[in-house]
Design a protein. Sequence first.
Length: 158
Amino acid sequence: MTDEKWTLKKVFTTNILPDDPVILSILGCAFLIGILAYLRSGNRPERYSAPVSTASTDTEERTAIYAGIEMAKKLLSDHLKAPSQAKYPKEETSAVELPRREGTQLWRVSGPVDAPNEFGAAIRMKWTVVVASKDGKLFPAFASLNGKTIFGDSSHRQ
């Protein structure tokens, strides 16, 4: 009777899979079914996640984003070569709730605008609008395009 020692070489060279092709096929199918079940379950992280927001509720955030985009369209129109052709991707726009000022709720809404330049080539610029809400009315407090103030004073920039 020989005393076999389990060495690293023996551990890594030992064949733990069965030699029977039918059993190997069943194990392979079970593995694939498990992978497919995992992928269809939805219990995996999203590949593209939405921007993190600190808005107090989802409804307030969506309202701020919508208002911010609409305000940006109006405020940026004088600063774009072809404002009617500008695109404001909503899925890339985010809103962050700012501290209240004198009873006014503020959100900083930021996003990109894709607009043609003087040569007709689409360029991407970054805009920011601070949306204010007081007594149920929404109005812009500040706006910038590529970091340059185009409306309001920079004290609302934050």
